[in-house]
Design a protein around this ligand. Structure first.
Ligand SMILES: C[S@@+](CC[C@H](N)C(=O)[O-])C[C@H]1O[C@@H](n2cnc3c(N)ncnc32)[C@H](O)[C@@H]1O
Length: 337
């Protein structure tokens, strides 16, 4: 089963790297390049969970990532032929996450959402590569310099979106609702919200404010999918090769970038506001799609959770068969993989 994807935009990535750094070369912006590189590599696999023909262009265009791999043949093997911790295991996690959230958003669109809001959109190319129903608008919220870099690449390759795409420059730690309204967002319409790879970097209070804002702007039939970590990981997990490889090979110290405050229970918060939620481990999706990371000792992915929330009856995630009656909250267990 593959998500419906728009035709590849073009081939042959070109570089827009210049003497100055862009919003993706440094800090948390660089993590957007890491996820894009994982999607580029995944796209070239014969059994790809998701295909993103734009990802390679973003990776090649930024100074920080010009030489990062964008093809499986460029991925080194780990010790004893094991998967490379970076592009094998972490990259496989990003590919799985991409596919699960593709399926979720397309399902929300099929059920009537015509507004999609990508919170911390980074180099997400869903506005270009998914087969949206006519009349869909995809709002992309991120910092101005990240969106400027993205636009520069999109313009250079002449990429055409498959939905109306509206970039919205903002700082998601602050009040971003005004910027979204000014961009044409309509709170009376059902919306599919997504916070993929974002909340881990936000202070706890900003995450709680974001959930409250999403709640305030969500009409009945809206949904919110997001990724969190349950909390600070113990030292033995912080030494996991996934973290060390990202730091040493990409210059991305995830453990420094992650916010280290105790995390809020956003699923409980949403449930108290009348939302229905279901939370899964990534490993459940590995089992569902037949590929992806499996649990390992001192696992850097063990604390990751993906929550699917809906305003009103449970829309659920890709693991749900269909809408269920009545508000409810459900915890998905890890289950055997
Ligand atoms: C790991 S990337 C994920 C990008 C995208 N969601 C994906 O999965 O490909 C994190 C993104 O969050 C954005 N971000 C982090 N903190 C932010 C903030 N305070 N305001 C706006 N964007 C932010 C970064 O600029 C970056 O693009």
């Amino acid at each position: 089963m593959t998500a419906t994807a728009a035709a590849p935009v073009t081939t042959g990535a070109t570089s827009v790297a210049s003497g100055t750094t862009s919003g993706v070369d440094e800090g948390v912006g660089r993590t957007a390049l890491m996820v894009a590189a994982a999607r580029a590599i995944e796209s070239r696999r014969p059994d790809a969970l998701a295909r993103d023909p734009l990802a390679e262009h973003f990776v090649r265009a930024a100074r920080a990532s010009t030489h990062w791999p964008v093809h499986p043949r460029d991925v080194p093997k780990g010790p004893d032929g094991a998967d490379d911790p970076l592009w094998g295991r972490l990259g496989g996690y990003f590919a799985l996450r991409t596919r699960a959230l593709d399926d979720h958003l397309l399902r929300a669109a099929r059920l009537g959402a015509r507004q999609v809001v990508l919170l911390g959109a980074g180099l997400d190319a869903r506005a270009h590569r998914l087969d949206w129903p006519p009349g869909t608008t995809v709002f992309e919220l991120d910092r101005a310099r990240v969106l400027a870099f993205k636009q520069q690449v999109l313009d250079r390759i002449g990429a055409r979106p498959t939905a109306r795409r509206v970039p919205v420059a903002c700082d998601l730690r602050l009040d971003w609702a005004g910027a979204l309204a000014a961009a044409g967002f309509c709170p009376g319409e059902p919306t599919a919200w997504l916070a993929e790879g974002l909340l881990l970097y936000l202070p706890a209070a900003a995450e709680s404010r974001l959930a409250a804002t999403v709640d305030r702007l969500s009409a009945a039939g809206s949904s919110l999918a997001y990724e969190v970590k349950l909390g600070m990981e113990p030292a033995v997990v912080r030494r996991n090769p996934v973290y060390l490889a990202a730091r040493d090979r990409l210059g991305i110290d995830l453990l420094v970038l992650f916010d280290d405050e105790p995390r809020p229970d956003t699923a409980a918060d949403l449930a108290a506001r009348g939302w229905s939620t279901v939370t899964h481990t990534p490993f459940e999706f590995t089992r569902h799609y037949g590929r992806g990371p499996r649990p390992e000792p001192d696992d850097a992915l063990a604390a990751n959770r993906w929550t699917f929330a809906s305003r009103g009856p449970l829309l659920g995630g890709p693991l749900s068969g269909g809408p269920l009656p009545g508000p409810r909250r459900r915890e998905g267990g890890p289950g055997p993989v």
